[in-house]
Design a protein around this ligand. Structure first.
Ligand code: GLV
Ligand code: MG
Length: 346
């Protein structure tokens, strides 16, 4: 069955330095990637208690961190990684990711040259913002290879790209396949909206003006008509999901900025899950619970999927179940659900 490729596909020799034996990186669930500001001591103090409650903790160095705090954020992340039990590395309960500054910023080189020697053994994934094309991934790939070799690391650090420029969207297929380090891609709706000159002023989610209205009643032109808000992000998410599936890496929603609107947040996350995304970002602890719920298949869906798998026997032909036709193709969908449930339970 196709799907996210197995961890051993991430294995490859480092490009620079003496050959280093790399260990396999297990594909681990990452339903919620929870962002924190490592330069904020209050947030940093909460991190140890969050280990084990969320799949990924991400120390953010890019947007939302003031220019004056970039150094403090880097140093804070190093401290947190060193002091927090169970965070990052092969045996971690919660993965440790970072979002570095963009490749056209004055900070990114210092981000990587500080973090990899200091905590490269704990960092699971480096999230790269504003990726425009394969060349950006190649650049980070080479830098990581050099820094890993210099630090004697035995496990490659994976790369995650944020899709947040029109050019990045146009190049999403080549970005996904640019390196065996590619772990996944997230939608970056805020920067993408600006880059595309969309007329929104929010971080992710829908817009009340983006709607389709029901037909007018010719006999009663003044009667109220239903209207349905549409999903601003459907095209980009669908395109990202296809590109990720094509290259066997993981697609993610991204930020949902209206923290108070848990209903719309859940709807947006669920749309992304149904379209094929495996997770999303969390900007507030209450979004972790939403993401964990939404990006885990429901007990009912998994039970149904198992019934189809059992009914399909050797996996060929067609059977009727509850009045519905099931065949090889519906079996494959059910296997996706069962595999995800097993991966989450492991
Ligand atoms: C995230 O970085 C975004 O721009 O939405
Ligand atoms: Mg952004």
């Amino acid at each position: 069955m196709s799907g996210p490729r197995s961890a051993k596909d991430f294995f490859r020799p480092l490009a620079v330095g003496a050959p280093t034996p790399l260990t396999e990186i297990p594909a681990r669930p990452s339903r919620a990637i929870h962002f924190f500001d490592p330069s904020n001591p209050k947030m940093a103090a909460k991190i140890p208690d969050m280990v084990g409650t969320v799949d990924v903790l991400l120390g953010n160095l890019e947007d939302a961190i003031k220019a004056d705090n970039k150094v403090a954020a880097r140093e804070g992340l190093v401290q947190i990684a060193r002091q927090t039990e169970g965070l990052g590395g092969p045996a971690a309960k919660t993965q440790l990711w970072t979002r570095i500054n963009s490749l056209d910023s004055p900070w990114v080189l210092d981000d990587l040259t500080t973090l990899i020697p200091a905590i490269g053994d704990r960092l699971d994934v480096v999230m790269v913002p504003k990726v425009q094309g394969a060349e950006d991934i190649h650049y980070v790939d080479r830098l990581l290879a050099q820094l890993e070799a210099k630090a004697g690391l035995t496990r490659p650090i994976l790369v995650h790209a944020i899709l947040e420029t029109a050019r990045g969207v146009a190049n999403v297929e080549e970005i996904c396949g640019a390196s065996p380090r590619m772990q996944g891609v997230s939608l970056g709706p805020a920067d993408l909206a600006a880059d595309r000159r969309m007329k929104t002023t929010r971080v992710g989610g829908g817009h009340p003006g983006y709607l389709v209205r029901g037909d007018r009643d010719v006999d009663n032109p003044d009667a109220p008509r239903p209207s349905y808000q549409q999903d601003l992000w459907h095209y980009t998410i669908a395109r990202m999901v296809d590109a990720c599936a094509m290259h066997g890496i993981y697609p993610y929603y991204g930020p949902f900025g209206d923290i108070a609107d848990v209903v719309a947040c859940e709807d947006q996350f669920r749309n992304a899950f149904l379209l094929g995304c495996v997770g999303t970002w969390s900007l507030h602890p209450k979004q972790i619970a939403i993401a964990n719920r939404v990006f885990s298949p429901s007990v009912e869906d998994v039970a149904h999927a198992r019934r189809v798998v059992a009914a399909m026997g050797d996996g060929t032909g067609a059977v009727m179940l509850d009045g519905k036709m099931e065949d090889d193709a519906s079996l494959k969908q059910c296997l996706v659900m069962v595999e995800l449930a097993e991966q989450l339970a492991a």
